[in-house]
Design a protein around this ligand. Structure first.
Ligand code: PLP
Length: 391
């Protein structure tokens, strides 16, 4: 016997049938405060009126035409992203892992066209996550994701997190790029300090190699800047985006400089659905909201508020919690108790959080969460921590 849905997930006892802003609602009317936002996807919360409008307006007109033709919504979203970022050009995907596939192909083609085809290696880091495609699991390289799925795509050099000497030693003549998340999400909300990201940029410049950032989870306003690398004041050559950019519609993107993308000429890459009118209409509405400096200022204000309250929560539950991590509304609570127990106690207290590696629970609320909801969230997390402490 096998479940009719391929059983690759251990699902939590939660069946939401409706979403409203920061709330997930079950059929019986139980309302959960959603601090997971579909793993940092529902950036504007559930059923945001502007996104519903963008989607339904587009649905009345045209859903799909394929990339054989011009797509005005795709052009508009690409223009917005180019205007707002380091990038000169954008390719749209349906997911984060497809963005990883293209980032890897783009880096290899770059060196191939520069007559240095030996530079196929990409340096990646322990604890990272780049999705579940063959390139994604090979890039991350963890046993948990790769066991049984060999032979793996070659060309990745896996280094420990935060080991500077290992990094400099690893830069050989076959290395063409470094790929890293500015803040590891699945890895347990592990931020790369700004100096380290600057250092990586310098190292890449010194050796003439490409810096690829995976901002699938930390991008699109999540950290209080449109993209997380902006905090460090440096930019990548190639960037992977997904999750928040579609606000719940499956949408991803690879952003690149014109130099890094120079090998990607007509016929070198493609996608049937990537950049379709529905997804891009929604993506435009998301970016219009999130790229607004006033919106980002609110994310930062709310981040300070929730962080301060979370520090209090950690102090009040020293047997359950250890520390607060993260930036903006991409926050983690490192647990002393087992993180899953706290996530489960959260469900009992009608608050949704997301577990991560390193015994962390993630708080990735909709960026639109209100101050009142933050206060409610803390009360519910407090009740959950009390429940775990007394178990
Ligand atoms: C979620 C995630 C991915 C994979 O995205 P999918 O849409 O699930 O393919 C890649 N990188 C990071 C950092 C992620 O958080």
């Amino acid at each position: 016997m096998i479940a009719s849905v391929l059983p690759t997930y251990n699902r939590a006892p939660l069946t939401p049938v409706k979403g409203e802003g920061s709330w997930l609602i079950e059929a019986d009317g139980r309302r959960f405060l959603d601090l997971g936002a579909g793993i940092a996807v529902n950036a504007l919360g559930h059923a945001h009126p502007a996104l519903v409008q963008a989607l339904t307006d587009q649905a009345q007109n045209l859903w799909h035409v394929s990339n054989l033709y011009h797509i005005p919504q795709q052009q508009a979203l690409a223009d917005k992203l180019v205007d707002a970022t380091f990038a000169d050009t954008v390719f749209f995907t349906n997911s984060g892992t497809e963005a990883c596939e293209l980032a890897v192909k783009m880096a290899r083609k770059y060196w191939y066209d520069k007559d240095q085809p030996e530079k196929t290696d990409i340096i990646t880091f322990e604890g990272s996550f780049h999705g579940r495609s063959s390139a994604g699991i090979a890039a991350a390289g963890s046993e948990k994701m790769t066991t049984g799925f060999g032979p793996l795509l070659p060309g990745f050099v896996h280094l420990p997190w935060g080991d500077h000497d290992a990094l400099t030693a690893a830069i050989t003549d076959t290395v063409g790029a470094i790929l890293i998340e500015p803040i590891q999400g699945e890895g347990g909300i592990r931020p790369l300090p700004d100096q380290c990201l600057k250092g990586l940029r310098d190292l890449c410049d010194e050796h003439g190699i490409l810096l690829i950032l995976d901002e699938v989870q930390c991008g699109v306003g999540r950290t209080g800047k449109l993209f997380a690398h902006e905090w460090a004041g440096v930019s990548p050559d190639i960037m992977m985006v997904a999750k928040g950019i579609g606000g719940g519609f499956p949408l991803g993107a690879v952003l690149a400089t014109k130099d890094a993308a120079s090998g990607m000429t007509a016929g070198t890459h493609g996608s049937t659905y990537g950049g379709n009118p529905l997804g891009c209409a929604v993506g435009c509405a998301v970016i219009d909201h999130v790229a607004d400096p006033d919106f980002l200022a609110e994310v930062n204000r709310k981040s300070a508020l929730i962080r301060q309250k979370l520090e209090g929560l950690v102090a009040a539950h020293p047997d359950v919690l250890e520390e607060v991590r993260g930036t903006g509304l991409m926050l983690g609570l490192k647990c002393k108790a087992t993180n899953i127990d706290l996530v489960n106690a959260g469900y009992d207290n009608l608050v949704v959080t997301v577990p991560a590696a390193d015994n962390v629970i993630r708080l990735l609320p909709p960026l639109t969460i209100s101050d009142d909801e933050i206060a409610m969230a803390l009360d519910r997390l407090d009740a959950a921590a009390t429940q775990v402490a007394s178990a």
